[in-house]
Design a protein around this ligand. Structure first.
Ligand SMILES: NC(=O)c1ccc[n+]([C@@H]2O[C@H](COP(=O)([O-])OP(=O)(O)OC[C@H]3O[C@@H](n4cnc5c(N)ncnc54)[C@H](O)[C@@H]3O)[C@@H](O)[C@H]2O)c1
Length: 253
């Protein structure tokens, strides 16, 4: 899976899964625009990524249209083309429908769903003619729910619908659109969620037990799946959802 002379945008690349995806694309020969809303974080990340290959740090909020448009333009200006978009930037706002604030709901949908839509909208314009690949990082929460994450689950289920719709609309442009549903992955987002549990160590033991493969995932596990879906090896795959969860969601109870 080589990506020499190819250009990828990875959102939420300042840490966690996004950083792992950006790093893996660079190792495979791509040039990478690493986007994150946290300016300091993306600068630090870019310094580490810089040793792996041509990378560009862009501070942008994926939920703000002008910033997304500018990020896509800057990428094409620097690298000359755009082949891959990975919609990875995401947040998790906790709460049931009665607990979550309306502002919390809106922010959740703005970042996870509107952000992926905006990035895709501007990326598609640059991919038309030559073709390209979009990979959306959804979650097992798109189809298997847990207490107290109503807005997050809605955003991730929405991502799968958007993946199928965009795959259909842009097949004629040779743009493939697919989604990945990770299980629990070892990142700062997971750490933040564990800290909300009454006993984080007990919660971690519970999480480990629900993965038949006996471990939680790593950003690298997700990055490998992303590279596959973005590569020529997946040239007949579009509108698909790839579950990467160590077997978590195949269990009967
Ligand atoms: N960690 C898990 O267990 C897990 C499981 C399933 C799906 N996911 C999904 O994977 C993606 C990455 O998760 P992670 O665990 O690496 O999270 P993380 O919180 O560790 O990293 C997310 C990055 O996205 C950035 N970001 C947040 N809002 C943004 C915005 N508006 N614009 C641009 N960047 C923004 C953050 O600054 C951060 O650097 C998310 O979409 C998440 O929902 C994570």
């Amino acid at each position: 899976m080589r990506f020499d002379n190819r250009v990828a945008i990875v959102t939420g690349a300042g840490r966690g899964i996004g950083f792992g995806i950006a790093e893996r694309f660079l190792e495979a020969g791509a040039s990478v625009a690493a986007v994150d809303v946290q300016a300091g974080r993306i600068q630090d990340a870019a310094e580490q990524l810089g040793s792996k290959g041509p990378s560009l740090a862009i501070a942008a909020d994926v939920s703000v249209e002008e910033q997304v448009e500018a990020a896509v333009e800057e990428t094409v200006k620097r690298f000359g083309r755009l082949d891959v978009l990975v919609n990875n930037a995401g947040i998790e706002v906790l709460g049931s429908a009665s607990e979550i604030s309306v502002e919390g709901w809106d922010r959740q949908l703005d970042v996870n769903l509107r952000g992926a839509f905006l990035c895709s909208k501007y990326a598609v314009e640059k991919m038309r003619g030559r073709g390209g690949a979009i990979v959306n990082i959804a979650s097992v929460h798109a189809f298997a729910s847990y207490p107290g994450v109503v807005a997050y689950d809605a955003s991730k289920a929405g991502m799968l619908g958007m993946t199928r719709a965009m795959a259909l609309d842009h097949a004629k442009d040779a743009i493939r659109v697919n989604a990945i549903c990770p299980g629990y992955i070892d990142t700062p987002m997971l750490d933040a969620w564990l800290k909300t549990m009454p006993d984080p160590h007990e919660a971690m033991r519970g999480i480990l037990k629900c993965h038949p493969l006996g471990r939680i995932g790593t950003p690298r596990d997700i990055a490998e799946a992303v590279l596959f879906l973005a590569s020529e090896a997946a040239s007949f795959i579009t509108g698909a959802t790839l579950v990467v969860d160590g077997g978590m969601t195949i269990q009967g109870h």
